[in-house]
Design a protein around this ligand. Structure first.
Ligand code: ADP
Ligand code: MG
Length: 602
């Protein structure tokens, strides 16, 4: 028997290791930007082509590298930032694994230009498959330019794994924003396919937030600031009225590094809990600083998750600080909580409805869409016997009814037999041999889903032009998402136009959207869409259909009139698939009288 174990060649080992650090163009963006920050640059330009698949280039005016350091930088475990294991716990700079450049060099073609202030000429390097293939002196200003070309050119399997340009661009913009937000005293620009997408002048954190997230936050930011011996927290949260239906604008940094923490997010949401509707998300950009020894950042390879020595203290501290900031701002005379509509809505969300509230809800768009006859999904109950027959057609052998029974039932139904709504959630529908319990939300999701599918397949929903077109500001990432959906949304009755940068103009919406609600309806749709967006098995269009039907469906807890109930039942049994919601939940259950009789010993 021959021995079968062998060592992998260096370049393959490098490629494998690289996969952990560089998963997509966005990961290279993060690493390169962080290196430029660490190099002390105050001007950093990011240039990308073809969503970073063809080119990711970062040019900075930082301290540059010597010729030897330039070559060393691309070796695995080459770093100027740690010398021993203790350093890991003290590290203040962004990168500290000495792996980024080595990884990039293993999976892309790299061109480096760099020069230190004190050197008369700079260094140019060309690297492929982790090997320097060209090196020469070059005239260059102080600083470094690293161009990463044709990512995964030598790992086709990985290259094929990259997502659409829109998706990759979104990751890039996310990473760019996370770094740019944390360093407002550095100029950043982002150029994509020759077009400047961001141009962020140096300024205060507040200015940077407004530059990135849009003017709607101007004068809508509450400053958060607290210092203790253990940790400091500073930054801004959006005033409650700016809370959105999409989660987008939430940024948390620890020691100037963007992190994801469901735990601390919860602390912040908690501080807002009485001030905003339950399904909305406040903006925040908060910076926590504490002794690096209190952290273990290295728990996750891409360093977005961290462990705190004592996370309960941090939680309590974050929550109290944000609460305090919000309370302080609320007693300033410029804001009157009682008049703030987003706060007035709160009672209707958390408490049972009063009659007054009920009648105002009844005039809402959703209710109207249910009860107005000119709506596409409203079916006149006269004539059109066919659907009623479908409806009463037996679900199983058990309920096989003679034809005349169906007729009789139908007549009974025509006579407007009242149908009961239970718990503002279920509709109880009696039939000859059984009764159905219909779940109003699941059922309406199904109804809308089929209506929207038809619309997209060529029966567009009519648009009602807005008299006063509203503009809507999106986050850069949501801008990309919305742009992608504009043409499909048009078929669904939403006429939205991109108005440069992150601004859109809502020219028209389906007739059942009440004037004034357009913005939040669209925000909610995008939030839902994002919710589905990691689901690879769905097409973009399918995700949109699901997002819209989930979002626009009548919810549980809403009391329906007889008319609305009747039309929901009619619509449901008019569907091609009536027994499950698009998300696979049952729309109704059948309870057979026979079975019931047995249960009661009869
Ligand atoms: P790390 O950042 O963890 O040290 P990298 O592979 O990202 O590892 O970079 C290796 C080294 O290359 C850095 O420690 C730094 O000394 C040098 N370097 C990388 N990018 C730059 C840059 N833009 N300007 C100056 N030096 C850089
Ligand atoms: Mg680095």
């Amino acid at each position: 028997m021959t021995d079968i174990i062998h060592l992998l060649p260096d370049n393959i080992a490098n490629q494998i290791a690289a996969g952990e650090v560089i998963q997509r163009p966005g990961s290279a963006v993060k690493e390169l930007l962080e290196n430029s920050v660490d190099a002390g640059a105050d001007e950093i330009k990011l240039i990308i082509n073809d969503a970073g698949k063809a080119l990711v280039q970062v040019i900075d005016n930082g301290k540059g590298m010597s010729e030897t350091d330039a070559r060393m930088a691309f070796e695995r475990h080459a770093t100027s930032k740690i010398k021993n294991i203790d350093d890991l716990f003290r590290i203040k700079t962004m990168g500290f694994r000495g792996e980024a450049l080595a990884s990039i060099a293993a999976v892309a073609q790299v061109e480096l230009k760099t020069k230190r202030e004190e050197d008369s000429s700079g260094t140019f390097l060309e690297i492929e498959n982790s090997k320097v293939i060209r090196q020469e002196p070059v005239a260059f200003n102080k600083g470094t330019s690293i161009a990463m070309k044709n990512l995964f050119f030598n790992v086709p399997a990985r290259r094929n794994f990259l997502k659409s340009n829109t998706a990759e661009l979104r990751h890039i913009v996310d990473e760019f924003i996370r770094v740019a937000m944390a360093f407002p005293d550095i100029f950043f620009s982002l150029q994509s396919n020759g077009q400047e997408v961001f141009h962020l002048e140096k300024g205060s954190l507040k200015q940077r937030i407004v530059q990135i997230l849009g003017n709607q936050y101007n004068s809508k930011l509450v400053s958060v600031h607290e210092q203790t011996d253990y940790l400091n927290i500073m930054g801004f949260v959006g005033k409650p009225e700016t809370a959105k239906k999409t989660r987008g604008d939430q940024y948390l940094f620890v020691n100037n590094r963007f992190i994801k923490s469901a735990y601390l997010n919860h602390a912040i949401m908690n501080a807002f809990s009485d001030l905003i509707p339950k399904d909305s998300f406040p903006m925040y950009a908060l910076f926590i600083d504490l002794d690096p020894a209190q952290l273990d950042i290295n728990v996750h390879p891409t360093k977005q998750e961290i462990k705190f020595e004592d996370d309960k203290i941090v939680y309590a501290f974050v929550q109290a600080t944000v609460k305090h900031a919000l309370a302080q701002f609320s007693i300033t005379p410029t804001l009157d909580f009682d008049l703030d509509p987003s706060i007035q809505q709160l009672d209707s969300i958390s408490k049972p409805m009063t009659d007054e509230q009920r009648s105002s809800t009844a005039s809402s768009s959703l209710f109207k869409s249910f009860s107005q006859k000119n709506q596409a999904h409203f079916i006149e109950r006269t004539g059109e016997l066919k659907h009623w027959k479908d409806f009463y057609e037996p679900i199983s052998e058990k309920t096989q009814l003679p034809e005349n029974t169906i007729e009789k039932l139908h007549q009974q139904y025509e006579a407007d037999q009242p149908v009961m709504q239970l718990h503002a959630t279920y509709i109880l529908l009696q039939r000859a041999d059984d009764f159905l319990l219909i779940h109003q939300q699941n059922a309406h999701e199904r109804v809308l889903y089929e209506k929207y599918s038809l619309a997209i397949e060529g029966k567009p929903i009519a648009t009602q032009q807005s008299l006063f077109p509203a503009t809507i500001e999106m986050t850069p990432t949501d801008t990309i998402v919305l742009q992608e959906l504009l043409s499909d949304m048009r078929e669904l009755g939403y006429q939205i136009e991109h108005f440069g940068q992150n601004t859109f103009v809502i020219q028209g919406t389906p007739a059942d959207i009440e004037g004034g609600n357009e913005k939040s309806v669209i925000e909610k749709i995008i939030e839902q869409y994002n919710h589905f967006s990691s689901d690879l098995k769905f097409t973009k269009r399918e995700k949109l259909l699901r997002a819209m039907s989930t979002q626009n469906a009548i919810k549980t807890g809403v009391i329906l009139s007889q008319k609305e109930i009747q039309s929901l039942i009619a619509d449901l049994f008019h569907c091609e698939v009536s027994n499950v919601s698009p998300n696979g939940k049952p729309t109704y259950m059948t309870f057979y009288k026979n079975d019931m009789d047995k249960m009661f010993g009869r």
